[in-house]
Design a protein. Structure first.
Length: 86
């Protein structure tokens, strides 16, 4: 900040020294606000454009779901298919 630069070059007055923590706090608050706005903008853009890999991930998930499904159960040498016989 301007007060930091002035403090490096010359002696600050009592009022300027008292003002320094508030200015530093304001700088940190603005930095956090800027980071939050940037995150929100990137999230908004991602939601608008979508993810290019969505189709791939959905197909992998569907394949896993089909592979993990139990369609036939062997009980006492008898094959049972569907919900009703079970």
């Amino acid at each position: 900040s301007a007060l930091d630069q002035k403090g490096e070059e010359e002696v600050l007055s009592e009022a300027e020294i008292a003002e320094l923590p508030g200015v530093t706090s304001d700088i940190h608050s603005l930095s956090r606000l800027n980071a939050s706005i940037s995150w929100q903008q990137s999230r908004s853009l991602w939601l608008k454009e979508g993810d290019a890999n969505s189709k791939y991930f959905h197909s992998v998930l569907a394949s896993r779901r089909r592979g993990n499904a139990i369609s036939v159960i062997q009980a006492d040498g008898i094959s049972l298919e569907g919900v009703t016989p079970i």
